[in-house]
Design a binder for this molecule. Structure first.
Ligand code: ZN
Ligand code: ZN
Length: 143
């Protein structure tokens, strides 16, 4: 994604496009592998030596509160981040810990803001866990 598109996304969500905010959002727009705070910080701090881990965390919190990114809690050890706001499910491989995007089942698609027992459901998070196709192929897992 072009940097200008990332800047536009920030502006249309009423976020002042500082260098750190542009860098963090662009990292998420380019890397679709659901990175953690530490992964983002480790890569970006190479080019931005004054960047702190706290700043990265605060930028992520801001982007989340403005609805630009989602927080994924599929891995109980760390929160992961995703700038893909389309409805999709997440799958974590129990062998290599990779998190990938999967399509939602048809029954869950397009069901935002519905009621269950008089409770208003605004978000649905679908997490799958198992063995990824590569680990199965590499025989890390016996079928
Ligand atoms: Zn795997
Ligand atoms: Zn995702």
């Amino acid at each position: 994604m072009e940097q200008s598109q990332t800047i536009n996304k920030l502006i249309t969500h009423n976020i002042k496009p500082s260098l750190q905010r542009i860098a963090v959002l662009q990292y998420l727009d380019i890397n679709k592998n659901h990175p953690s705070v530490d992964e983002i910080f480790n890569v970006l701090s190479k080019d931005m030596p004054t960047l702190s881990r706290t700043t990265v965390y605060n930028v992520l919190k801001l982007l989340y509160s403005k609805g630009l990114i989602q927080m994924i809690t599929i891995n109980e050890k760390q929160v992961l981040f995703d700038s893909n706001m389309e409805n999709h499910a997440h799958f974590i491989c129990k062998s290599c810990n990779k998190v990938v995007d999967l399509n939602l089942p048809e029954t869950i698609k397009d069901t935002q803001n519905f009621m269950i027992d008089n409770n208003l459901i605004e978000e649905t998070h679908v997490y799958y866990k198992g063995m990824c196709s590569e680990c199965i192929k590499n025989k890390n897992y016996e079928l």
